[in-house]
Design a protein around this ligand. Structure first.
Ligand code: M6R
Length: 617
């Protein structure tokens, strides 16, 4: 959840750390801080509640001076967002500084032990406990050097962490460790970078080491990168990877927000997700991850899809797709519930985990449980080499490119694309999808990027104008049926997370079982009503809404009449097969949420209380 940046080398550490923090701000943004070596072998910390821009306003004393430093952007877990609780934290002797992403679960016990030894604490954080534990081990035995003390400390704690530590008596040295939270080391020429992902250093180097679970590294200008296992100090040979990330991918490219850029990237991101997999001319779908294990899927008792948030909504659509085309029973579970309800899992089950970030702690924990019980684990992740991608038995990357806006948009439609490919591939193999239908479905799927382009160009201005009328709304209902019921849930989630307007998604037919009581002339209702997919039933739902004077925004197919005549606002999307309609319908709903939030003055890319990857349970 938090963002970590570190630097040691010959450049201005202040600039590198601050610019790096700006790139990682999507990970958490309630406070920010920096620690630099001041040129006289002393550590100086500047930190504040608020955003990186607030940190810039109060810092800069050591700009141009420091050649080593580190910084942090926080999403609060232990202790409210405040100057005191912001990272970096210093040890009692002021010599050691730490930044931390994650949670130290046994911090309380350690804090009690350290307090009895005379340590005092300025913050309410678990992190300050860890840095003092490092000091404790160094004080205990003058022979214990800094990296060893960090290792001893890490062996005492449990929980999840990515940490970077520096010590004023060890110039040019950074010590890092990882368990459950990501950490990358950028390898430059006579300089090293540390970050939660590669975006802070991509303009300086294309070579990186992704630290593995349970590993730590001592990084020094003199000796390079020394990687060890945390538990027994075994030496590990570093595996240097070539980064594919480009600067362009992580910048706004002229858009006002990342979210808008990412909405507009969807024709390309879906195309990239299908590239090399959907070969329409040859009439095949190539997916090695599925093909190598196709019998596992075919013979599975059932497929269980595990995910959270938007990825869970994609999972619901995956259920419709896989059951319709591959005829394999599917259950979709919230990862957080699955884990704690003693689920029945056997080695005949296939579990599909869906996660944009590949770091979501709830999903990760549920997967570990399913793995222990012998299920085959398949991952659908966007972030390459992420923790979830690493623990799965096989998987498919979505290739949507970095998604930086906290509200997921292009990752969602890329997830739907992968799930569609999986359903068709399995259906063809199982003989539940005949060749003629397969060929016509894949031909249609191939057209989806073009159809999204059309949706973007025909609905953008329209939706922007519609949004102005709903800036003062306090509630919204989103309705859809069949494949578009999860699309309604997703539309509602988008609106509430970025505009803070309360919104509920419902299957349209469920409305009469309760939510209809909410409908009056002040209640905006978004209904997804494409021609293919229970249209007649939706018409009846629309009549029920209009009889109660609800304000209706209808997403319909081009040329629609019946629903359009009753709607207050009409948004047209091109016709497509029912199973692809959530992809097209999601685009105007993303724009609607985006513009309502913008007109309400909300921080669209960094909505309050949220963070991009939720690495705590
Ligand atoms: O990275 P993941 O896909 O595992 O994240 C799951 C949810 O935290 C995420 O989809 C969240 O709901 C988004 N903010 C939705 O826009």
């Amino acid at each position: 959840m938090c963002g970590i940046v570190g630097y040691t080398g010959f450049q201005d550490a202040y600039d590198i750390v601050i610019n790096g923090l700006k790139r990682l701000e999507y990970r958490g943004y309630d406070s920010a801080g920096i620690v630099l070596e001041n040129g006289n072998k002393k550590l100086e910390v500047e930190k504040t509640k608020g955003k990186v821009d607030d940190l810039v306003n109060i810092s800069g004393k050591l700009k141009g001076v420091a050649k080593i430093g580190m910084g942090h952007t926080r999403w609060a877990t232990h202790g409210v967002p405040s100057d005191r609780n912001s990272h970096p934290h210093l040890s009692n002797n002021g010599k050691i500084a730490i930044i931390h992403n994650g949670i130290i679960e046994n911090y309380d016990t350690i804090k009690t032990m350290l307090t009895e030894k005379g340590f005092t604490f300025k913050s309410e954080t678990d992190t300050e406990v860890l840095v003092n534990l490092v000091q404790y081990f160094m004080d205990l035995n003058s022979e214990t050097d800094f990296p060893t003390a960090v290792r001893y400390a890490l062996n005492e704690v449990y929980g999840a962490y990515a940490i970077t530590v520096m010590h004023e008596d060890f110039p040019g040295v950074l010590v890092v460790g990882r368990l459950g939270s990501p950490l990358a080391i950028g390898i430059g020429d006579k300089e090293y970078f540390i970050a939660s992902d590669a975006s802070p250093f991509v303009e300086f180097t294309k070579e990186a080491i992704y630290l593995e679970e349970g590993h730590m590294a001592t990084i020094s200008l003199e000796n390079g990168v020394d990687i060890r296992t945390i538990n027994d100090n075994s030496k590990i040979e570093p595996e240097i990877q070539k980064l594919k990330l480009s600067l362009e991918q992580i910048e706004k490219g002229g858009y006002e927000h990342f979210m808008l850029k990412e909405i507009f990237e969807q024709p390309k991101s879906i195309h990239d997700t299908m590239r090399g997999r959907l070969l329409v001319d040859e009439g095949v779908i190539k997916m090695a991850g599925i093909w190598d294990h196709v019998e596992k899927f075919k013979n599975a008792n059932r497929i269980i899809i595990i995910a959270c948030g938007t990825s869970w909504h994609a999972g619901l659509i995956g259920e419709y797709l896989i059951e319709e085309y591959a005829r394999i029973p599917v259950e979709v579970e919230y990862a957080s519930e699955f884990r704690y309800r003693n689920p029945i899992i056997t080695d005949k089950d296939v579990v599909i985990a869906i996660s944009q970030s590949g770091e979501t702690a709830d999903t990760m924990a549920a997967l570990k449980l399913a793995k222990e019980k012998g299920a085959f684990i398949y991952g659908i992740c966007n972030v390459v080499d992420s923790s979830i991608a690493r623990i799965t038995d096989a998987g498919s990357y979505t290739h949507a490119g970095p998604e930086i806006g906290v509200a997921s948009t292009k990752a969602f439609t890329a997830q739907l694309t992968i799930l569609t490919l999986i359903a068709f591939k399995l259906g063809k193999h199982n003989g539940t999808l005949d060749n003629t239908s397969f060929m016509s479905l894949i031909a249609e799927l191939d057209l989806i990027p073009k159809k999204i382009e059309e949706v973007l160009s025909t609905t953008h201005e329209l939706v922007k104008n519609i949004s102005k009328d709903f800036v003062k709304s306090t509630n919204f209902l989103y309705l859809g049926r069949g494949y578009n019921y999860p699309a309604a849930l997703e539309g509602a989630l988008k609106l509430k997370e970025i505009s803070y307007i309360h919104a509920e998604g419902y299957p349209a037919a469920e409305m009469k079982h309760g939510p209809i009581a909410l409908i009056d002339e002040n209640m905006p209702i978004v209904i997804i009503a494409p021609k293919k997919g229970h249209y007649d039933k939706i018409v009846s739902n629309v009549q029920e809404i209009k009889a109660r004077k609800g304000k209706l925004i209808a997403v319909v197919n081009k040329g629609d009449q019946q629903v359009s005549e009753m709607a207050d606002y009409v948004i047209e999307i091109p016709e497509t097969s029912e199973c692809f309609s959530p992809i097209l319908a999601s685009v105007p709903l993303q724009l609607l949420a985006y513009y309502i939030a913008v007109y309400r003055g909300a921080n669209v890319d960094q909505p309050r209380n949220l963070a991009k990857s939720v690495t705590v349970e």
